[in-house]
Write a protein that binds this ligand. Structure first.
Ligand SMILES: [Zn+2]
Length: 264
């Protein structure tokens, strides 16, 4: 599943291509025919991300998109290939065409529905208006393992399975630790890590948590197998202490950690 940096990056790229542009909109698959008909010819005022949710604000309508596990956006220069049958929405400008396929949600919403969604999403480290004290206060009360709380979109928005494992490693926290046992400073540190790393994720359009000084090259040039500390590295030596990385399961998702750098 895409993590928050992917959605913020999409918003940024869609704004770059389409902000202020009148779009031709279609639903090649047919499942968003009414919506595409309503949007057709409207200008994109602004694309905006809130955690893993994407909102396209048009002149007279707002679209809510959640990619879920399988949703994808694909960009092409115009003239674009004929859309396949699985495209839920095609956004076509004079120079660029974006196709959306496989989203969990693609719907026109009204302002009340937007408010309801915004209210149930936790603070988003990629937004300037985010309030980190909401995350710290929630952690202080939660008996959930911190590795699980980091995946709860109502606690902190945009962190997914890769980042949650990496942030626990970088903070030296065992992911099975109940969140309320952590010092406020540690919860704040996890928040700060998420701000820094998700921001880098938007810039690079990929997840790289390794310290570039350790690898000896700029963060954007770190090779695929060297970008992460613990995620999907079960049995391999910890990059800092050589202890074999362990795998566990929290919130029905696999998680990886170093038993020595992240003691129970
Ligand atoms: Zn270690």
């Amino acid at each position: 599943m895409p993590e928050g940096h992917t959605i913020h990056r999409l918003a940024r790229d869609l704004n770059r291509d389409f902000r202020g542009v009148s779009l031709t909109t279609t639903s090649p698959q047919g499942r968003f025919d009414d919506g595409a008909y309503e949007l057709d010819g409207q200008k994109l005022v602004r694309a905006e991300a809130l955690g893993k949710h994407l909102f396209l604000n048009f002149s007279f309508a707002q679209v809510h998109i959640h990619l879920g596990l399988f949703g994808k956006f694909r960009r092409q220069k115009a003239p674009a290939d004929p859309p396949g049958e699985n495209k839920r929405l095609r956004l076509a400008g004079p120079e660029v065409v974006w196709d959306l396929s496989g989203p969990t949600v693609c719907a026109i919403i009204n302002p009340e529905e937007f408010d309801a969604i915004a209210k149930r999403i936790g603070p988003d480290p990629l937004r300037k208006d985010a309030d980190p004290t909401r995350f710290v206060a929630r952690a202080a009360k939660s008996p959930t393992p911190i590795g699980g709380l980091l995946l709860n979109q109502a606690a902190i928005a945009g962190v997914g399975n890769v980042y949650r494992a990496e942030f626990c490693f970088l903070a030296g926290v065992n992911p099975l630790t109940p969140a309320k046992k952590l010092a406020d400073e540690t919860a704040q540190q996890l928040w700060d890590l998420s701000v820094d790393h998700l921001t880098e994720g938007v810039r690079l359009n990929r997840i790289v948590t390794r310290d570039p000084d350790e690898v000896g090259v700029a963060r954007g040039r770190i090779k695929k197998g060297d970008r992460l500390y613990v995620y999907k590295r079960a049995g391999q030596p910890c990059r800092r202490c050589q202890t074999p990385i362990k795998r566990d399961e929290i919130a029905n998702r696999k998680i990886w950690f170093c038993p020595s750098c992240q003691p129970a």
